[in-house]
Design a protein around this ligand. Structure first.
Ligand SMILES: NC(=O)c1ccc[n+]([C@@H]2O[C@H](COP(=O)([O-])OP(=O)(O)OC[C@H]3O[C@@H](n4cnc5c(N)ncnc54)[C@H](OP(=O)(O)O)[C@@H]3O)[C@@H](O)[C@H]2O)c1
Length: 245
């Protein structure tokens, strides 16, 4: 009997798809996926999930999607949310190698996708996650967001967008401790994982350090289960180990 709900946002991400493929087999959880492209979920194995397709991640669309989620999840409390957005490169943006590459348009685009969009989801999710059931919200960030760990430089926009997300999540954690103690926020680094995001940068990854999305998904699902609701923002990697801020 499906009496809880899991939500995957940015569900066309390679890692998101692997999470969905594992969660769809869980007896207790209904699955809702949200993406600009839900075609992956047309497969028979996903026949009983709810898919919500959006055109973009503008605030009005996020607010509408949250209303749909709320109506679908009535009586099935949302206990896990995976927010997977992350852009490192696309047709118009490449990660910067040096200061001369820094560009306002790229910075705005990367921050919109990696920082503002996840934060807007949190803003509206909090409105429907009240109540007694606990909920863990996992935000995909990256180790390169760590200021302490930044020994290589470069990737200005991507690093800054994920570091900014960490700071926003820290402030949100303080606020949620006052108004919604049932919610736990997690900033998660999956490790270098084989996906469109990492594809152009896989050449220098040491042997055994390029993970499959299936491996990362199973690590994450396992330690999400064990994680306690402790009023702290966790910034952790694929082993569940804390990353220095
Ligand atoms: N792969 C790695 O090696 C690696 C390493 C460290 C951190 N990460 C992080 O892990 C997460 C998942 O990465 P992945 O490797 O699975 O990436 P991916 O397959 O390239 O997926 C890209 C994700 O970004 C979303 N996205 C793309 N353009 C967007 C835009 N303009 N606005 C908002 N969202 C947009 C996509 O949403 P739709 O579903 O709508 O397409 C999808 O969720 C990301 O946050 C990434 O930064 C990955």
């Amino acid at each position: 009997m499906k009496n809880i709900t899991t939500l995957i946002i940015g569900a066309n991400s390679e890692i998101a798809k692997a999470i969905a493929q594992q969660i769809v087999n869980e007896e207790a959880s209904h699955l809702i996926v949200i993406s600009r492209d839900t075609s992956f979920y047309n497969q028979p194995m996903f026949a009983n999930i709810t898919t919500i397709e959006v055109d973009s991640y503008l605030e009005a669309e996020i607010s509408e999607a949250i209303k749909s989620i709320d109506s679908v999840s009535t009586n099935k409390q949302i206990t896990r949310v995976f927010i997977c957005h992350g852009v490192l490169h696309n047709q118009t943006c490449q990660p910067e190698k040096r200061l001369e590459d820094f560009n306002a348009n790229t910075f705005n685009e990367i921050v919109a996708a990696n920082t503002i969009t996840p934060m807007l989801w949190l803003k509206y999710l909090v409105l429907i996650l009240g109540g007694k059931a606990t909920c863990k919200i996992i935000f995909f960030t990256a180790r390169v967001a760590s200021i302490t760990d930044n020994k290589l430089g470069g990737w200005y926009s991507y690093r800054a967008s994920k570091a900014a997300l960490n700071m926003l999540l820290k402030s949100a954690t303080v606020e949620l401790n006052r108004r919604a103690k049932n919610i736990k926020l997690v900033s998660f680094h999956p490790g270098t994982t084989d996906s469109p995001l990492s594809k152009p940068f896989q050449r220098n990854v040491p042997e055994g350090k390029l993970f499959t999305s299936e491996f990362v998904a199973s690590q994450l699902i396992n330690f999400t289960e064990k994680m306690s609701i402790n009023g702290e923002l966790s910034y952790i990697d694929w082993q569940g180990k804390p990353i220095p801020w």
